[in-house]
Design a protein around this ligand. Structure first.
Ligand code: ATP
Length: 247
């Protein structure tokens, strides 16, 4: 399954905050959605999912809600859990879109918990976890949905370095298994190292779309992000470190 966006435009009041975005997300891709604060990353994902009114075409938004929930898992930026629900029960909510046998649901929840290293947290109350622990639990809920597409809004925010790397590795592995993953990422170093492709947004428009090294050019970093950065290739992969504000 592919996500296809054609000329997607989202207005907030009279202003377009996403404008004329055309892109596809296909199996095997881990797309990093990058761009400065306010560039339109969250808005783009929510419109693609049919959660915001938009113009143009979004293949997911065009599906009826139940089919959409079986096609795509969404990991939103907000991480509030109001009740003292157990981690296991929270992750099991990811199975809601499916009409599968209980044993299949349990197996999917087990796979998601194991993948996120959360077996020991199964019986903990979700509203008594640290911010980073809860972020991993909500990622497990999205994984338990076992959808061909995954959209994640800043999944690495608030995670420690080990868990940031682990989260990016899980998404990269899901892509390698044939899913299509798109995640907004502020850490350009993580994005450069783990994503197969970057889409750079600037003021609601696609400023660049391609392999990380082709997207993260000094000119675009200055123009779009207002920074200059150190960027080199090592045997461990690309290393990217923002250095200074340019203007
Ligand atoms: N409910 C709203 N009403 C009006 N404008 C909004 C609303 N939500 C977002 N915006 C505006 O739309 C633009 C894009 O916001 P969006 O949240 O998509 O950006 P973002 O790239 O995800 O930013 P960040 O990196 O800060 O999370 C911003 O200028 C923002 O102020």
């Amino acid at each position: 399954m592919r996500l296809e966006l054609q000329d997607l435009t989202v207005l907030r009041g009279p202003c377009p905050v996403v404008e004329g975005v055309t892109l596809t997300l296909g199996p095997g891709e881990f797309v990093g959605l990058i761009g400065p604060n306010g560039a339109g990353k969250t808005t783009l994902m929510r419109a693609a999912l049919g959660l915001l009114p938009h113009r143009g075409h979004a293949s997911l938004a065009a599906l009826p809600a139940p089919a959409r929930a079986r096609a795509c898992a969404f990991l939103p930026q907000s991480r509030e859990v109001a009740w003292a629900i157990s981690v296991e029960a929270l992750v099991a909510l990811g199975r809601a879109p499916h009409r599968s046998a209980a044993a299949d649901d349990r197996a999917a929840v087990d796979r998601a918990l194991a993948r996120m290293g959360l077996d020991a947290y199964r019986n903990r109350a979700a509203n008594a976890l640290s911010g980073g622990e809860l972020a991993r639990v909500l990622m497990a809920r999205a994984l338990a949905q076992e959808t061909p597409l995954i959209l994640a809004d800043e999944p690495a925010a608030g995670l420690d370095p080990e868990n940031q790397i682990r989260a990016m590795e899980v998404f990269a592995a899901l892509a390698a298994e044939g899913r299509g993953v798109m995640a907004s990422v502020h850490d350009l170093g993580l994005a450069a190292r783990h994503c197969t492709r970057l889409v750079m947004l600037s003021r609601g428009r696609v400023a660049a779309d391609g392999p990380p090294a082709a997207v993260l050019t000094p000119d675009r970093l200055a123009e779009v992000f207002n920074i200059r950065a150190f960027h080199t290739d090592t045997p461990d992969g690309p290393v990217f470190q923002p250095l200074a504000v340019v203007r």
